[in-house]
Design a binder for this molecule. Sequence first.
Ligand code: AMP
Ligand code: MG
Length: 510
Amino acid sequence: MLFRSRNLVIVHVRTYGDDMTRPLPFDNSYLQLPERFYTRLKPTPVSRPGPIRVNRALAEQLGIDADWLASGEGTQVLAGNRIPEGAEPIATVYGGHQFGGWSPQLGDGRAILLGEVIGRDGGRYDIQLKGSGPTPYSRGGDGRAPLGPVLREYIVSEAMAALGVPTTRSLAAVTTGDPVYREVTEPGAVLTRVAKSHIRIGTFQYFFARQDIEALRLLVDHVIERHYPAAAGADNPAIALLEAVIAGQASLLAQWQLLGFIHGVMNTDNMLLSGETIDYGPCAFMDTYDPATVFSSIDRQGRYAYGNQPGIAHWNLSRLAQALMPVIHADEDQALRLAQDSLDAYPDLFHTAYRHGMASKLGLSGAATGDESLAIDLLGLMAQEQSDFTLAFRRLADLAHPASGHGVGNLFEFSVAFESWLVRWRQRIEEDLQSADDRQASMYRANPVFIPRNHLVAAAIDAAVNEADFAPFNRLVDLLEQPPDFESGLEAYARPPRPEEVVSKTFCGT
Ligand code: AMP
Ligand code: MG
């Protein structure tokens, strides 16, 4: 007899041969595209797979059995040693502009797509192993990922998800038992990445460069069906697709800027049509506010500096528009005009999203003239005073409520230089129709105190790589996945780095 009771533990008997109960319920759609979109191949086995972490909450959302993922068999699958039932592993091909220079063929050089699953939300998700061995697109690389970059991606992508930023996710990380040779020898690892799809601007560019118009059409149809079904009914579906992608990127870039996130490698192969942040290489969150901040060791010109990111996204979108032209209109002049009109909307879309977000950060529910200069003047003072970006806004949230507790006051206080600005701000919030409680609650949401600070990420990686101690990594992920309210005892996760802790360079680790 089956009781419908909350207390009853219903034990599912899993027969892994049955479609309904497979631990990874694959449903693969990219394979319906012609063979020139990918290469079928299996991950290269590793010596001694070892579990690092399984993202149970994400597994649950994807309808994947988390206990199985964490089991010995699951670890073998996550390391690429065993192919789960229903998987049809492929490496996909793409091109891209890297630091402004055109590379006609890149592709998954160290990643293999196992397949797609349908999540509990009805959405389709790619399950990809990153660091799973060489592919035809490795271009001399070893196809492997060192442990450090795998942990960085895990930490930062999950933090971004918790902060509400569209992003690829980390389902699991495992060690391989094999060394990876870079400037130094590091333990190898494999990250299981989840994305709404891995289709990049560079995927379109690859086929455009070959003038493979049929492939472009198929790709447009695939992306529309998968991500932007409303575009299918538009007068010009390719333009509707372009506009949807532009809107998504404008909103994404605003979120990055408002959080102080610096991607580091905004190449066109690292920008997804789905609008999710992808490719956490030398990424980092800015501590001290400075628009010229660059972390990536390979970004010597500062092309991808914090302040350049919105403009770079616009440039990348223009590469997408160019690649879509043959599908937009048979007549090149017409196609150009339509594409240009769409692209021209980006700056306004970005600024609108940014202004809205900045208003929330400042505690304003509506807009008034003078708000823009209020924000600009605050940022100017922060640059001049070398303020911590995250804590300055967080402190403002503390100050928004007259009965507020101490908040982050021990970690950050506005200097005298901010005095007249704070008077202006107080006058402005008094005009704003919102209760102090509501204002502070929404400011706390817009001004998070816990971000994956670079020195914390570096310390977690150091302990794991040099001492095989994963406790700091696990503690950091636990905190960032479900950020608690700020309270005493958590200062170590909220404070800026001490001078000797500052990490000014990050490495792709490819
Ligand atoms: P990324 O900078 O991570 O976006 O990588 C750029 C390109 O280099 C992509 O095509 C990657 O697949 C490839 N790549 C990066 N690292 C490796 C590696 N260790 N082995 C083979 N290919 C790689
Ligand atoms: Mg990439």
